[in-house]
Design a protein around this ligand. Structure first.
Ligand code: FES
Length: 108
């Protein structure tokens, strides 16, 4: 179990207690987080699950695969903290992580 914090571009945030094993995208979609659509269902092909990872947690997450990196680099707003939330699974190590939703996806 981990507390996941989704922050909208306008500064509003929501805390969700998430069970280990689910992806961050699944947690967002299952809880109606605006801006995380997960259109491809986690297939790493739509990028509608793009988030910015809290810098304090970068090392707690496995690095992106080459396939994910290729897609990330095509996204407007890509930064070194960008991840596809469908490719990151909840674990105890992520307790308290802040995920910021890009301004072109969420509530601005
Ligand atoms: S849900 Fe489509 S790339 Fe993540």
């Amino acid at each position: 179990m981990a507390k996941i914090i989704f922050k909208q571009p306008d500064g509003e945030s929501v805390d969700i207690d998430a069970r280990n094993g689910f992806t961050l995208m699944e947690v967002a979609v299952n809880n109606g987080v605006v801006g995380i659509d997960g259109e491809c269902g986690g297939g790493c092909s739509c990028a509608t699950c793009h988030v910015y990872i809290d810098a304090n947690f970068i090392d707690a997450i496995d690095p992106p695969t080459e396939y994910e990196t290729d897609l990330l680099e095509c996204i407007v707003g890509y930064t070194e903290r960008s991840r596809l939330s469908c490719q990151v699974k909840v674990s105890d190590a992520l307790d308290g992580i802040l995920l910021t939703i890009p301004s072109d996806q969420g509530l601005a």
